[in-house]
Each structure stands twice: as C-alpha cells, then as structure tokens.
Design a protein. Structure first.
Lengths: 411, 262, 407
C-alpha cells in the first residue's frame, strides 16, 4: 500500500525484518486496480463498498469496486490522516467519529489535497453493516456530497447461530441488491456469472487462508505488517482472476519460506496475537521495532476476517450465510473464542489488543476480552490505545512502554 | 427620559485570569487591572474592583457593571452578566470596526467569532470539552520544555525545521514532546511543532465558522509571537492584535454597561 | 465552577415515581432504546421503565468500557456498577441500533452475570422484509420472557397497554401540535416533565396528568378558535404531510427547535431556562424538539388491536419518525426542510451526545440546511460525565444573545 523503500541487499542482511519478494507484484496489482477504478468511474460503473460487503454480486454485474476503508489505510500510511480528517471536521463532522469515515469525507471535499486525488467518483455506494453500524451514516453522508445512491445490505448482529428469519431477511436484502444493481447499471442479472465470480472469490480466499495458516509454523513466515499489506487484493479484488494470480505467487513465497525455515523476522523469540486494525501511519515502524526485539505476530483477528469461503448450495443463501457470520457481526464471546483458538493453534505467548478509538464495534469489550483470554489460555496480554488513521489519537511512547512490559512478562 | 450613564465597568472572569476595566463616555480607559482568578472568582472580581477604585479615585458603587467570562455569575456586584462571545465581539469592534473574525485563545477556552458590521456576533464556535487548543496546552508544553510560557513563542520562532507533533490532546502531546526531547530534537524545533499543532487545531475551529478577513486575535495567547506566526500561516492571513488583547472581553462588557439605561 | 451536568431534582423525582411500584413488588423491566415495545412488556406483566442517564453518578466504567463508548452507555454502566439499578427484574438491550449499545450488552452480561438481560435486535431497513424480521424477533422475545421469567403473554394486559400507550401518544401529540402554534400554552419544561414522568412509570397516573394538561391547553386554544389548526397539524405530523398546511403561528419572540437523539429532554429544558435567565431574554421559547424520547416516541404510530400483536408492534416500531438509527437520511432532511419552512424556526439547538455515531453523523447536513434557511444554530456537546454545566449554559446564553442581536 505505502511504497516502502527497498533497502539495498547488503543493508537488508542487517535488518531484523525480511521483506517479501511479492511486494513488488502487490504494488503492481494494486496500481492496476487503482487505474481500473478510474476507468470504471469514467465509464459509469464504479461502486464504493465496505470491507465486509458481498462484493461478488456487484462484480457479477461488471462493476468495479473501490474500498474507502482501504483508501483510509493509504491515507494513514501516507501520514495525512489529521489533514483529511480536518477537512471533514471543518464541515462539522465531530472529531469523535470514525477516522476512516472522516478521512473519506475529507477526501471527497478536498480531492486535490488528498493522496491519489481521492477515490474516483462512485455511481453507487454499497454498504453492509456486518462490520459496524457506522458504515450506513458514513455512506449516507457521502451520498449527500456525491449524489450517488446508497444500498444497504442489512445484516443485524447475531448472537450464536443464525436463525431462519435472520437468514431470510438477509437473503431478501441480497435480492434487493440484485434489483438495485440491475436498475442502477442497466444490466441483467446472470446467475451463471455470479457463480463464476463466487468460485474465483473462493479460490482467492482459500489461497489467502492457506497463507495465514502457514504462520502456525515456527518461525512464522509472515509478520503482522506483511499480512496487513498483502491483504489488499483479498479485500478489493475478491472475485477476480487478478486476486488469484497474486495469491498464487504470494502463497508460493510463503511456502518456500516455510520449507527453508525462513521466518518473517530474523530472530523469533516471542509470538504474539494482534487484535484490531493496525495504526496505518506507523505500521512498518511499529512492527519492525518490535521485530528487532524478536517479537513476531503470527496471527491477528483482522486479516483472518477474509478467510471464510462461500459454502456450497443455493448461491444467494450461501452468500447470506457467509456474510452474516463475519467475525465483527457476532457477539463478544465469539470474538473471545476466536482469539483463544488462534492463540492455541498458532502457539502464541501473549496478545496485544489495539483499542481503536474509531472502531467502537471492534474495540468496546476489549477490557473484558483481555481478562477472559488470559483466564482461558493462561497467556498475558496488553491493551494499547490509539487509532488507525488519526495519529493525533495515538501515543507512541505509551504504546511502546506497554508492549515492552508485556514482553518482559513473557521472556 | 432615561439617560446613559457616564461610565461603565466591565469584569471578565476567565478561568485563568480576571480582568476589569473602567471607561468613560468617550470610550477612554480610565483604569484597568488583571489578576489570576485563583480559587475564588468572586474574590478576584472584588480585588479588581478595589484596584479600579484606587486607580480612578472614584466611587464605583453607582456605575453600572457587566460581568462576563466563565465565572460571570460569581461577580455579585455586577448589574448583569453577558457571555464572553458578545463582549469580545463588541470590545474588538470598538477598537477596530473593520474586524470580521475574532479568534480568542484564553487559558482554558478558545473561541472563534464572526462579527457583523454592527459589532454583534453573527456566528461562533467554541473548543470542545478538553484543553486542546487553549493556553493551557502551551503552558503544559512550556513546562515540559523547561521554559517560561512568555519565552515559548520566541523560542519557536528560532526553529529551522519544526518537529512533528501530531497530537493536540494535552496528555498525548506531552509525551510526544518528551519523546522528541529524547530523540534529541532541539527545543526551538519542538516549540515550533507545538505551536504548529495548536494553530492547526484553531484553524479547524475557524473554518467551521467560516473565516472572513480582517482577522483579530485576542486573549493571553495573542501575546505569543510564535503562535501568531503559525496561525497566520495556517489561515493565510495577517492577524491584527489590539492593544491589551487580554482586556477585549472586559472592554466589551464595559461598553455594554455604559449603554445600559439608568 | 466545574460541575458536570446536574439536574438533581430530576434524578430525585425519578426515584419518587418508581417508589410505589417497588413497594407493591411489581416486576419492573428497564429499557434503553426509545422504540422498545412497551406494550409487549405490559402483556407479560412487566412494567417498563426508561433508564435515564443520571449525571451525578461518578464514572465507574473505566475497568470495563473505553471512553469512546457513547456517553449514555457509560453512564448506564456506571449506574449499574454503583448499584443504582436495583429492583429491576430484567433489562432489555437494543441490538443493531448502534455500535456502543450493541457492545454494551455483551460487556454488561460479562460483568454482571447475575442480571437478566433481554435483547431485541432491530432491522435498520424499513421495508416488508424488515417487518417480517422484526415480527419474528418480537415473537421470539415474547417466548423467551415466558421461558426465563415465567410470565405468560396476557391478551387482556396487552389490550390494556395498547390503549394506555395510544392515549399517551394522542394526548402528547395534541400538546406538541398546540405548542407549535402557541408555545405560551405550556412551557417546554412542563411539557418535557410530563413525558419524562410517563416514560419513567407508564401508567394511568402519569397519563391522567398529561390528559389533564391537554384539556387545559385545549380550552385555552378553543377560545382562540385554534383547535382545528392544532388537529390538522397533529394529523399532518403523523402522516408527514404538513408541508402545505397553513398554520397560524403566534407572533411571539424567537422560536427555537432542539434536535438530537437519546438525551434527556427535561435536562435540556433546565439548561435552556438557566441560559434564558442569565441572558435576561424572556420572549424566547423552545417550540419543538425532535429528540428520541419526546417527538420520535410520541409521533410513532400505535399498534392496532386487530391483527397479530407482534406484527402490529413491529409496524409501530418501524414507523418511528426522524430516527437516525434507521436508514434514510434524505427523508429526514426532507422532513427537516418542511419543519424549518412551516414552523418559522429562528434558532436550532443541536445536541450531540458524546461519541454517539447516529447523532454526530447527521450534524453537518443539518447545519448546512439550517444555514441555507438562515436559521442560527448552536451545538451542545453533551456528556453527563464530562460536560461542564457552566460551559454548556454559556454556549446557550451566547446563542441567545447572538440570536437576539441578529434579529
């Protein structure tokens, strides 16, 4: 996402952190994607979607999807979060609101001052509230600014198993989406095309999942930043051949590392779990500094959110099931279960919960989570506070001290 | 026929300092005084009035007084209380009728006021709950940099490359500054970074109201040349500073007091 | 000098209202979200009481919730942690309305496993599918209450409750419409007190006070032949078709409207009155609010006694007007446009509950609209724990001074 300067080979040997060869392909893949969103916008077939949106449907309608959350990550990495958030605040958006939303609104307001001159103009805004409730008011606000209509796929939060009336409701929303897409883009729905897209989506998801699971190995072939950066295509190119092409190469590199016993960091001493979105504005510095101390993050709750394939069966029902059951749409106990099993399966020594001020759905409950995970797994954890884009809300010194204290508890 | 009184008193009880002014019909300032508000707003207001009495050698008991500022209701001897928004607007208008936007940065509050041609406020914005973007922020940073608040702004102007201070939260910025000191940044650069961050915060507040030129700046922080420099840069404008910028609210209150009918 | 918001008398009153129920050992169920189906709980012999934020409660959430959890959630949690929410048989939490309340329920259950929590998850959409979904949710909740609390659904109690709530709405709708035409007929403070009392203990006693007031207002307006206008307005507001009504508005001083979500309307009335006194401006009055616990509750349509109760209740909930926890910003802005045009609003007080997404996201569009209509606005950042009452009242006083000067 952020162009990291490639170190000279001699220098690299000294580094605690190993760069992926695939990062060049990643950059090419994403650049092509950005270009395709520009073209699509000009051709009147660009949709903006939330990260948990059933994107297979708009892709099957030959539209191209751009992701404001991913754009937020770019804004963060480019360290212009406070500037863009400021533009939104000038319009009256509270500083207390989500910084993905604020920076997205800020970039719509002042595209010329935004990285990549903002996302290209959308023809429709597609939101699914399976990741949080904020996406709807955010997209409605963008709709007021751009005139693009909003379609919401409503997936009420689940407690436990999905009951039949919930499934029926989500299915009806997806059928509504199909109708909306047909009308907005004057394109007939073709189930065969959707099945094809779903297959491409699953293939990429399976490759991605295999790469994630390879991190069970010691040393772990991937660190947190590797996954956060390499997840870009699984988020924004899901359902396309490009995503599969990328993840085939990516997984090959991961496999190769495993085979040769090469770790993501030079010396793996402590294995930790990461919870939540990362602080994009310091993503390399943050994880690489820890890498120097022998700390690796073989698993995180965030990138694992894109590891569920669409099950067999009637396609709309299958999509309804998989997108209703995403991690963030379930209660606290499901999150705790997931993190405990990651700690067990990846043999982790501790965990870091990043309390992200922007993301209420992800973060509220972390205090309970911390106690409960330690009670169940016996490993210690720490909560650090901050934000993913708005660096004004992040206290680096405090975060580092807390993590160092955690490491001292483990080593 | 009711007549206008010949004198007026304005008392501005801010959270950090209390200011009082006595003016006559011509608008001439006869006496003025400023002290720290301390624990009792009421006592500091009384102290100020005593001092006005000494300075002017007049019996003040018949002169109408208007209190303003955060502790405006604590001034028992005031005829009426009016908010600092209205008082600042009127005060600065009397000193420079051209001013259309006033930025006042006090000890614990900051505000941006758009002023109509009649000197009355037409719109305003105040800082939120915390001390980000107030004098308090600079005060804490001065302490961390082991300099006085008076010297902090001059120090900032000596900077070559301002340090990056991204937070305007007083607590977070404090540790950021400590971090910059630890990283070996020079104090002038850090001071400049602090002023830049604060100027950005005030600029956002200003844009919410909509900045119209000319712009004036008042309050204790108006005396800080470093802040004026960075805010001027942020807003791309020259900032006009009245004489005695801490007294603007009190002056406005005194003018309002004089205009009350007896 | 730096008191947080405190309306002591309101807090004391709430306990006073609840006392007789506690003495009679009635089963009380606490609720949070304004569009909770009160009738359903009555049908299960539970008396629903709205859990208001209580500003005087010292923060006791720090070990369980972050500060960026909304102010209302934090406050409720602190009340519970300080053992202020005793005598409740259960608490019903809303699902799907916002992220703070969604997660609050989970944290609450983890921290207070001895509490009985019920959850009603709302759809965000308002179409036929949403109706079917919510009907089923209500049916499930009813079954769950029967199983966990052993309270059966009584048709007789349900019918009584439907009548009670419908009468409450009818009388308050009348008063709301009357105040829009002639705000002097009842002060905003009294208006909000009546509603607050009913929502704290909904029952015949609180209803009687409202109906008595409605009768008094009615006889005052009858003398001026304003009743047909009031009724037409009330009907128009219910149907959201008031944009072509001709409404005779009294020519009094500045007309203020309050907008915001789940904040305490009577608390706003207290702040407003204090600011009014300080500014020494008598003629200004709040003529209307669009808050969750007043307008949005009162102008929700009541269920009909015919038909399936759960479906009727679902229909009622989905009819809540101007509710930002539901889809449809363009509709709400259209509604606001009509309100601004028709009701000659001079000033707008925008309440922003701290860290409340649904409230805060709409503010910029409201500001834009108000500016277009030349309506002067003030924003009140409200947080029962952190807001400084003197500062909030100062903001309001400045607003009133400026508004008067602008006129």
């Amino acid at each position: 996402m952020s162009p990291e300067t490639s170190p000279a080979p001699s220098e690299e040997r000294e580094k605690a952190y190993r760069k992926l060869y695939t990062s060049k392909l990643l950059r090419e893949t994403m650049t092509l994607h950005i270009l395709s969103t520009k073209t699509a916008s000009q051709e009147g077939r660009l949709v903006w979607v939330t990260s948990g949106f059933p994107v297979e449907i708009p892709v099957a309608f030959n539209t191209v999807a751009a992701y404001p959350e991913q754009y937020g990550a770019i804004v963060g990495s480019e360290k212009c979060g406070p500037l863009l958030c400021g533009f939104a605040e000038e319009l009256g958006f509270s500083q207390e609101l989500c910084s993905y939303a604020r920076s997205s609104i800020g970039s719509v307001q002042q595209p010329e001052q935004s990285p990549l001159t903002g996302l290209p103009k959308p023809q429709a805004l597609l939101a699914c509230n399976n990741i949080c409730g904020t996406v709807l008011p955010w997209y409605e606000a963008v709709s007021e600014m751009t005139g693009a209509p909003v379609y919401l796929v409503d997936t009420p939060p689940l407690e436990g198993e999905q009951p039949p009336h919930h499934l029926a409701y989500v299915k009806s929303n997806l059928n509504g989406l199909i109708e909306f897409m047909s009308q907005t883009f004057n394109h007939e729905y073709d189930e065969k095309q959707l099945l094809q897209v779903a297959k491409l989506s699953n293939d990429a998801v399976n490759l991605w999942t295999k790469a994630l699971e390879a991190c069970k190995n010691k040393p772990s072939p991937l660190n947190c930043a590797d996954r956060f950066i390499s997840m870009a295509p699984i988020v924004s190119l899901r359902g396309t051949q490009q995503a599969i092409n990328f993840y085939e190469t990516f997984f090959a590199e991961v496999e190769e590392r495993v085979k040769q016993g090469i770790g993501a960091i030079r010396e793996e001493r402590v294995r930790l779990l990461w919870d939540n979105i990362p602080p994009w504005f310091t993503i390399y510095d943050f994880f690489n500094t820890l890498a120097k101390q022998g700390v690796v993050f073989p698993a995180d709750s965030y990138t694992h959110a894109w590891s569920a394939a669409i099950p067999r069966g009637e396609i709309i029902e299958s999509i309804a099931k998989v997108y209703s059951n995403v991690y963030l749409n379930k209660g606290l106990s499901a999150k705790i279960d997931k993190m405990c099993s990651l700690i067990k399966d990846y043999d982790l020594d501790g965990f870091v919960l990043f309390s992200v001020r922007s993301c209420k759905r992800y973060s509220i409950g972390q205090m309970v989570t911390k106690e409960e995970i330690t009670r169940r797994t016996g490993v210690p954890g720490v909560i650090i506070e901050g934000d993913m884009v708005d660096s004004q809300q992040y206290n680096e010194a405090q975060a580092k001290t807390r993590i160092e204290a955690l490491i001292e508890m483990i080593v | 026929m009711p007549s206008q009184p010949s004198h007026g008193i304005g008392i501005d009880i801010g959270s950090t300092t209390t200011k009082a002014i006595l003016i006559n019909t011509e608008g001439t300032i006869i006496a003025k005084f400023l002290i720290a508000t301390g624990a009792s707003a009421q006592k500091s207001a009384e102290r100020c009035l005593d001092e006005l009495k000494v300075q002017s050698q007049q019996d003040l008991s018949k002169i109408p007084a208007i209190s303003t500022g955060y502790g405006r209701r604590q001034a028992l001897n005031a005829t009426k209380s009016v908010t600092e928004i209205t008082c600042h607007s009127i005060g600065v208008h009397s000193q420079n009728p051209e001013i259309r936007t006033l930025i006042d940065v006090g000890g614990q509050d900051s505000k941006v006021i758009r002023i109509g041609s009649d000197g009355r406020p037409t719109d305003f914005e105040l800082n939120d709950k915390c001390s980000a973007g107030t004098g308090r922020f600079l005060e804490v940073m001065a302490q961390v940099l082991e300099t006085s608040i008076e010297d902090l702004g001059t120090l900032a102007l000596q900077a070559k490359v301002p340090s990056i201070i991204s937070s305007t939260c007083t607590v977070f910025a404090e540790s950021e500054v400590i971090g910059r000191i630890g990283a070996g940044d020079n104090p002038a650069n850090i001071a400049a970074g602090v002023h830049k961050a604060m100027a950005a915060k005030i600029a956002t507040l200003s844009h919410r109201v909509g900045v119209r030129k000319p712009i004036a700046i008042t309050g204790g922080v108006a005396l800080n040349p470093g802040f004026r420099f960075y805010l001027g840069k942020q807003l791309d404008a020259d900032l006009w500073v009245p004489e005695g910028p801490q007294y603007t609210g009190a002056l406005g209150a005194a003018i309002l007091a004089m205009n009350t009918r007896e | 000098m730096s008191d947080t918001l405190s309306y002591d008398t309101l807090v004391a009153e709430r306990h006073q209202y609840l006392q007789p129920l506690i003495a009679a050992e009635d089963h009380i169920i606490g609720y949070i979200y304004p569009h909770t189906p009160l009738e359903l709980f009555f049908a299960h012999q539970l008396i629903p009481t709205l859990l208001w934020a209580e500003p005087k409660i010292p923060g006791a959430y720090e070990a369980s919730l972050q500060t960026f959890c909304c102010a209302y959630s934090r406050n409720l949690f602190s009340q519970r942690a300080k053992n202020q929410l005793t005598n409740l048989t259960a608490i019903v939490f809303p699902g799907g309305t916002c992220d703070s309340l969604q997660n609050l329920g989970d944290v609450w259950q983890a921290r207070f496993p001895e509490d009985t929590l019920l959850r009603l998850t709302y759809p965000v959409a308002q179409d036929e599918a949403a109706l079917t979904y919510l009907t089923e949710e209500l049916q499930n909740l009813s079954n769950y209450i029967e199983v966990t609390l052993g309270h059966k659904f009584s048709v007789e109690k349900y019918n009584e409750a439907v009548a009670l709530i419908a009468e409450f709405r009818a009388a308050t709708q009348f008063i709301t419409a009357a105040r829009l035409i002639k705000p002097e007929c009842l002060s905003y403070t009294k208006y909000t007190k009546l509603i607050r009392q009913f929502l704290t203990v909904p029952g015949p006693q609180a209803l009687q006070l409202i109906e008595q007031t409605a009768i008094e207002v009615q006889s005052e307006l009858r003398q001026e032949q304003l009743i047909p206008s009031v009724e037409a307005l009330r009907y128009g507001l219910l149907q959201n078709t008031f944009d072509d009504l001709t409404i005779p508005l009294s020519k009094q001083g500045p007309r203020i409207m309050v907008i915001g979500g789940m904040i305490d309307p009577e608390g706003i009335a207290v702040l407003f009155e204090n600011a009014k006194t300080s500014a020494d401006i008598e003629s200004v009055e709040i003529v209307m609010d669009l808050l969750s616990f007043t307008y949005r509750t009162v102008f929700t349509s009541s269920p009909s006694l015919q038909g399936n109760p759960f479906q009727e209740l679902a229909q009622s909930i989905l009819s809540a007007p101007a509710e930002p926890t539901q889809e449809g910003l363009p509709n709400r802005l259209q509604f606001l446009r009509h309100v601004f045009d028709q009701f000659k609003i001079d000033g707008l007080i925008i309440c922003e509950q701290s860290f409340c997404d649904p409230d805060q996201f709409e503010v910029p569009d409201m500001l834009k609209l108000a500016e277009k209509k030349k309506i002067f606005t003030v924003r009140l950042p409200l947080d029962p724990e952190f807001s400084d009452q003197a500062r909030i009242e100062g903001r309001l006083q400045s607003f009133l001074e400026t508004l008067t000067a602008r006129r």
